[in-house]
Ligand binder design. Structure first.
Ligand SMILES: Cc1cc2nc3c(=O)[nH]c(=O)nc-3n(C[C@H](O)[C@H](O)[C@H](O)COP(=O)(O)OP(=O)(O)OC[C@H]3O[C@@H](n4cnc5c(N)ncnc54)[C@H](O)[C@@H]3O)c2cc1C
Length: 471
């Protein structure tokens, strides 16, 4: 990849998914990147995380697909199952249908794997990732970072990727009241090793293939899928009610007995899975409602990932949106001519990313209660909808075959009111992130001038614009 013409020194606060992905995007452009991560090593915490085609597109663009695929699972479908008897209510097509429709696969990952792979790629791209380095303070206008041991570090740009409980978000204009809020929903999460799952024919069956399952019951839904290339079965019990665990805690131990009680009326396979569990984590879902600023007035500080826009996980886009942020940030930073120009480019980054993230939030919230409706009219309507939807795509596939299916005209990518419409899904999953960046740029006079200048400036810059078009 052609390095940018202006090379900035960049500090990234936080080595989670957003921080490490931003390190890859920026280091690949030739910037000098240092990541400060508070933990003393890569975190072993976390369970399953979905990476949908809008985000696997980014990993492919970085050339990381083969290594990541070894540690990911590629489900053919997500089966929606009746909680008590495992009757199939519907099947949501994932792979290869999503590859045909959106160009890239849908993956299930184990968060520690994802973090390790991103770390390896960031280091390979030239980033300096330092553990045990907690950032205590930041001057958001000057690009100065103060570490917990009192040491000061300066950079042209500070990128805060410090998660949902970001310590620095409130320092930005208009954000003084911006806080993470709980969403009256909690989950028990765990992963079960393959050997345990294989010890019983019923659960061993779930380890075959890579499909994901969601058992939908009144007030409770159970999700299950293989991760880590089939090394573990990820499972989660989700309840749309409040819980005492504060938002942003990732390792809070949960009571296994309480978790089992929640699934006591579920089918034997679900009960069996949870009978294997010795340890579980309680996770309170939360989000960061729309904030006023992602960036400081000087553009020397910018927020990415959950710190800027945490959403509930029902759209499966928490990690994916962090990857999107990183890829977009790489382009906007590299379009800046000098440090002063960062102010306008970081504002553009916010203007580009925030509307999309707010739409993702609507989508994620819309799915919140859908999976755990009480038995009754609404639940029957929902189940019918899934059945019809499944019959429709299966009939279409049978009639058209792969070639015909691929050749179908795609719906336009429009973030519509109906979050489940083909247009809304195309917008969410099929968007070409970087060509979107360019059309976004085209709508602004200043940016049109920038494009013209960029196109005329050098061969390198031309290369970078072509890249923006192609991702
Ligand atoms: C331990 C953990 C487990 C998770 N498990 C899951 C899961 O199983 N499924 C799922 O869908 N999502 C999970 N998530 C959330 C998911 O990673 C995020 O929604 C998404 O990937 C966006 O991540 P992020 O990088 O913005 O924030 P995070 O993933 O929260 O990463 C933030 C990073 O910043 C570091 N940090 C914070 N403050 C400072 C500071 N002052 N100085 C230096 N470093 C700092 C933190 O240690 C952390 O590594 C988990 C997050 C964490 C932190």
């Amino acid at each position: 990849m052609a390095p940018t013409t202006t090379t900035f020194t960049i500090i990234i606060i936080g080595g989670g998914i957003a921080g490490l992905a931003a390190a890859i995007a920026l280091a690949r452009k030739g910037h000098k990147v240092t990541v400060f991560e508070a933990n003393t090593s890569l975190s072993e915490l976390g369970a399953g995380i979905q990476i949908q085609p809008n985000a696997t597109r980014v990993l492919h663009h970085w050339g990381l697909q083969d290594e990541f695929r070894k540690w990911s699972n590629e489900p053919a479908v997500m089966k929606v199952l009746q909680y008590a008897d495992s009757t199939v209510i519907g099947e949501i097509a994932h792979n290869p249908m999503q590859i045909w429709e959106y160009g890239y696969p849908h993956w299930q990952c184990y968060r520690p794997d994802l973090q390790r792979l991103l770390y390896d790629a960031a280091v390979a791209a030239g980033a300096d990732v330092r553990f045990g380095q907690k950032v205590a303070d930041v001057d958001v206008d000057q690009g100065i970072v103060v570490l917990a041991d009192g040491k000061r570090e300066e950079a042209d740009l500070v990128v805060a990727a410090d998660g949902i409980l970001s310590k620095f978000r409130h320092l930005l204009p208009g954000n003084s009241d911006a806080k993470a809020v709980t969403c009256n929903e909690y989950c028990f999460r765990t992963v079960v090793p393959k050997e345990r799952m294989d010890s019983n024919p019923e659960t061993a069956e779930l380890m075959k293939g890579e499909d994901s399952m969601v058992w939908v019951g009144p007030g409770v839904a159970v999700l299950g899928y293989t991760v880590s290339g089939g090394r573990y079965y990820n499972t989660l019990i989700s309840c749309p009610t409040p819980c005492e665990v504060p938002v942003g805690r990732w390792g809070e131990p949960g009571d296994v007995g309480e978790a089992r009680e929640l699934v006591k009326d579920f089918c034997p396979a679900v009960r069996k899975i949870w009978s294997y569990v010795n340890e579980t984590v309680l996770w309170t879902l939360g989000e960061v409602p729309r904030i006023a600023s992602y960036t400081s007035t000087t553009g020397r500080f910018v927020l990415v990932g959950d710190g800027a826009h945490a959403i509930v996980p029902h759209a499966g886009q928490g990690g994916g949106s962090a990857l999107e942020d990183a890829a977009a940030l790489g382009e906007f930073v590299s379009a800046a001519r000098d440090v002063r120009d960062l102010a306008s480019k970081m504002q553009m980054f916010q203007d580009f990313r925030q509307p999309r993230m707010e739409y993702m939030r609507t989508m994620a919230r819309g799915n919140q209660t859908f999976m755990s409706l009480d038995d009754g009219d609404e639940q029957m309507k929902r189940d019918k909808m899934w059945g019809k939807m499944t019959a429709k795509w299966k009939a279409e596939l049978a009639e058209l075959g792969e070639e015909g299916f691929r050749a179908r005209p795609r719906p336009r990518a429009i973030p519509g009111k109906d979050i489940r419409s083909p247009e809304s899904r195309q917008y969410m999953i099929g968007t070409k992130l970087m060509s979107k960046t360019l059309s976004f740029l085209g709508h602004s006079l200043i940016l049109s001038l920038f494009c013209l200048q960029a196109m005329m400036s050098s061969q390198r810059r031309r290369g970078s614009l072509m890249l923006m078009l192609s991702v």
